[in-house]
Design a protein around this ligand. Structure first.
Ligand SMILES: [Zn+2]
Length: 52
């Protein structure tokens, strides 16, 4: 599973950690995030993320 970085603010999505505060359990690949998931820091959409 790849980590993805927000190209706007530098936040890194780590699939090992997921995003439990927003209902994303640990072990969720970036590709499996729900469409409504946005960067938790700057709120851009997933198309602004690049693989690390
Ligand atoms: Zn961001």
């Amino acid at each position: 599973m790849e980590r993805y970085i927000c190209t706007n603010c530098g936040f890194v999505y780590d699939p090992i950690e997921g995003d439990p505060e927003r209902g994303i359990p640990p072990g969720t690949p970036f590709e499996d995030l729900p469409e409504e998931w946005v960067c938790p820091v700057c709120y851009v959409t997933q198309d602004r993320f690049d693989p690390l």
